[in-house]
Design a protein around this ligand. Structure first.
Ligand SMILES: [Zn+2]
Ligand SMILES: [Zn+2]
Length: 172
């Protein structure tokens, strides 16, 4: 499948490349040209963006899956979440990952957290739900950074099996 990384707002090019490289097992990774941020919404904090508004930004980007990458903070008021690392629609075509919370421990850690979040959100677009029975599985719901740091960057065998069906349809 073609997986397009869509920077939204200013995102470091080398960070994008490193994330893209790590996602290569999913298919052909393309990096699109930066798009402007959507209109900021009045979330619980200043300059926090409703994750769902990235839907409009991703709509005009080509690819079997579009993964928006941004440095701004995201919230998900529909789910009652005031700060989220990422968001995706189950079986949808797009997802978004925010780097805003990942950078305090150096770039390698930032990339690792971004990749885990990206795989998690892509998992949702492939139809996977949360796998909270397995804290090692990338589909475990990360409520805090410690959750992300603990879990692996791949699907457990169970989730992998479920994702395979959708993935195989996208391998053309
Ligand atoms: Zn999730
Ligand atoms: Zn799993």
């Amino acid at each position: 499948m073609i997986l397009t990384l869509q920077p939204v707002g200013r995102v470091d090019a080398s960070v994008l490349q490193r994330i893209g490289f790590a996602l290569a097992p999913f298919g052909e990774v393309r990096i699109a040209r930066e798009k402007p941020l959507p209109r900021p919404t009045f979330g619980p904090g200043p300059k926090r963006y409703r994750a769902a508004t990235f839907d409009r930004v991703c709509k005009s980007t080509d690819g079997d899956r579009v993964l928006a990458i941004t440095n701004v903070e995201l919230c998900d008021p529909e789910l009652g979440l005031t700060l989220v690392f990422g968001h995706a629609d189950i079986h949808g075509r797009w997802a978004v990952v925010s780097l805003s919370q990942f950078g305090a421990d150096g770039e390698t850690k930032l990339i690792e957290r971004a990749v885990k979040t990206a795989v998690h959100e892509l998992g949702h677009t492939l139809g996977l739900g949360h796998h909270d029975a397995n804290p090692e599985c990338v589909m475990f719901f990360s409520e805090k950074l410690a959750d992300t740091d603990r879990k692996g960057r791949g699907f457990c065998p169970e989730c992998s099996e479920l994702a395979k069906l959708t993935l195989s349809r996208l391998q053309t």
